[in-house]
Design a protein around this ligand. Sequence first.
Ligand SMILES: Nc1ncnc2c1ncn2[C@@H]1O[C@H](COP(=O)(O)OS(=O)(=O)O)[C@@H](OP(=O)(O)O)[C@H]1O
Ligand SMILES: Nc1ncnc2c1ncn2[C@@H]1O[C@H](COP(=O)(O)OP(=O)(O)O)[C@@H](O)[C@H]1O
Length: 504
Amino acid sequence: MTMVAEGRDGTGGATPPRWTPSAAELDDVDMVLRGAYRGVNGFVAGSPGREPAPTLLVPTDVADRAREAGRLLLLEEEGVPVAELAPTATWEPGDAAPGRRGLVGPLRDLGEHPRGSHAALRVAAPGPSRDAAAVLGVPVDRPLPLPVLVAVRAAADRLDARVVLFPLTGHGRPHGLDGPALVRTCLAVRDTVAADVVPVAVPRRGGADGGVDTSADTDLVRHVAAAYGATHVAGPAVSGDGRHGQDLPPVVDLPAVALDLRTGLWALESDVPVAHRSTLLTPADVDAHLTEVTDRRAAPSLDLFDVAIHRELRRTRPGGRLGFAVLLTGLSGAGKSTIARALHDTVLERSDRTVTLLDGDIVRRMLSSELTFSREHRALNVRRIGFVAAQITGHGGVALCAPIAPYDDVRREMRAMVESTGAGFVLVHVATPLEVCEERDRKGLYAKARAGIIPEFTGISDPYEVPTDADVVVDTARADPGAAVEEILAVAATRGWIELDAPS
Ligand SMILES: Nc1ncnc2c1ncn2[C@@H]1O[C@H](COP(=O)(O)OS(=O)(=O)O)[C@@H](OP(=O)(O)O)[C@H]1O
Ligand SMILES: Nc1ncnc2c1ncn2[C@@H]1O[C@H](COP(=O)(O)OP(=O)(O)O)[C@@H](O)[C@H]1O
């Protein structure tokens, strides 16, 4: 979160305090403004165990100023005000968020709904309906395979219900699919299941390694689905235990389906005689394949996905492949650039991947020429590299980064930036001892640092925090660059991020 400077306007009156909430809080703003929180018109006090509700945490001084001014402008990430909060109370989050305070109060729509693709589909929740017709809501956090579509259609027919697919397009990208791509996979099968599609900004929890937090999300999606008139919910994103929630729509079990060997199509298990059911492809296989596809370890099988979904997946994820970044960190002269260059050549020689080399020196010249070697500037430098690497890897590319990156917290930030796009990240500590680096002194910098001519020199007069989360540790005093390259690529290959030809 960032505090946007508060100022005074030309008339001498105080301008309202401004605040940019977190991505998940902005999703909540969006949902409140669209009525997706049923009757909740603003932020409420946090209280664990209650049904899902929108909460906002701000630094204590922002809370004080907002209370004093009677309002707080909430800005989206690019600085556009989207809503105004009229604070009526505060609450203490306690140890969970030291230095922060919760703000309670109604939200006023400032007429901007800049968040999210497919604006025309993002309708406001209709509010309580007297229409008794059944509606089966299907929250969607990953592409729906054919057997699930068949099961959803059958469940809807049993209930005599209309189907509404709710792609969850809020914060997070746990399966490497961003919101727009997820909406497109729903639109691709809209006719197959005769469904409406309504994107909702429910945050998709879980990191790049998947793992939607089903208990939290199941309650929230049931809540939101209810606001949009769902009388029942079903689907992979609500495969929880369907517990409690008095006025929440019940979770419907999807009927069992089987692959009918006579037709090659999925059908209700009860409609396929046992002798004609495929034992090669069971619903458990489908689940396993879905996990592999959504974690991008495998390309989607045509048998399991509607061709239209298949086309969307290919479009979003060229070759079905996951990008990854390698961050080589270590002292000056440790061998980062040498290994990065060798990695670059090897990837080009043994795969068809695109590779971008973000070497420390090049970045300093092209992206960060105005920066010094202070802690703040080094952090900013590495953050910039992380941002570029996230862009590259988010589109399936390979980014090789070789700055010193001496600070643990900034390296972790970079990992999070890259992983948030669904891409992979390999942290390599090029752990050449200082004595060896100093002995090499290729650029004569250590001599100058020892003489005090270069201040703040890493390892001499500036800190280097040794990583505790390295995926690979290389000591170039012992191993040659080729061995380091093999070790690093083996990690990426084992995690399914690259396929390499044998060395020629
Ligand atoms: N004070 C000080 N400390 C460390 N390094 C210095 C300094 N001044 C200049 N240099 C040269 O700058 C290169 C390191 O820049 P980086 O961008 O990789 O550093 S950082 O990640 O921002 O800390 C580093 O390059 P490498 O030797 O390739 O690591 C040095 O050549
Ligand atoms: N096993 C090794 N791996 C990488 N570099 C090595 C190795 N052994 C010796 N060197 C030498 O160490 C120096 C490392 O310089 P460089 O790659 O520019 O380091 P950095 O980018 O970390 O500052 C080069 O002269 C390189 O030839």
